[in-house]
Design a protein around this ligand. Sequence first.
Ligand code: PML
Length: 248
Amino acid sequence: MDYYSLKMRASQQIGEGDQKREQHISGAERIVSREAVEAVCSAMARRALTHSKGDPDFINIKIEKVCEKDIQILKALPVTRVDVDSWQQGLSKAFELIDQAAELKDFRKKLPDLLRETFPMRGAMLYDIATGERLEPDHNRGVRATYMDALRSSDVDSQKNHFNEAIVLATKVANAPGMVAELCISDDPEYVTGYVASKELGYVRIMKMKEVGGENGGRIFLFDSRKATAEECIEYLQKNKVLVDTQL
Ligand code: PML
């Protein structure tokens, strides 16, 4: 069976004159059967047109055929949930898990600064724990994981489901060559749950990682250049097609 990859991004021009810039409004991606293409495409357009961040001036929906033989099926990371009393406690728990995954003493001390650097970025930071260097080709843009969806997902929902999308993305990221762990805080002001994920830890949902109303969120991919090259890792994140089995 042939599949189709659908990617949507919507943005708005803000500012005047020299200060004019494009602001991201919403984005989504799916890999679906031919029969589902039209319905998913229209749900994506609805999502872009009804987003709380505003009315987009630009909506791009890209549709590409994907051969079944090129798709890798991955088992979703096992999910655990950590309840915390405050976002400070949530962040501290996340940093503790990252320390454990990176196997570096006191690495957590670096994390608040790294996290702050990700706030204006569209994609994730790719941080090499072996050298302390950032490896994204473009530091403002970051690296984005793409071409992924849940296996057997017939869902054509126009609303974002943070968890469903994040477990798919985190599973793909955890399987990338050289990946050590991922830390994620949503940039949606209403969404305070975040996660730490890796093949060893699984997907650890931390129920509070920022204040309600906070727009600052970001993603850090912690990578080890002793295990793979940055090119191999980025190629996997950006080019390999993955369907994640979330029902196992
Ligand atoms: C995002 O907004 O894209 C990040 C979503 C994080 C989801 C965390 C969860 O609910 O498990």
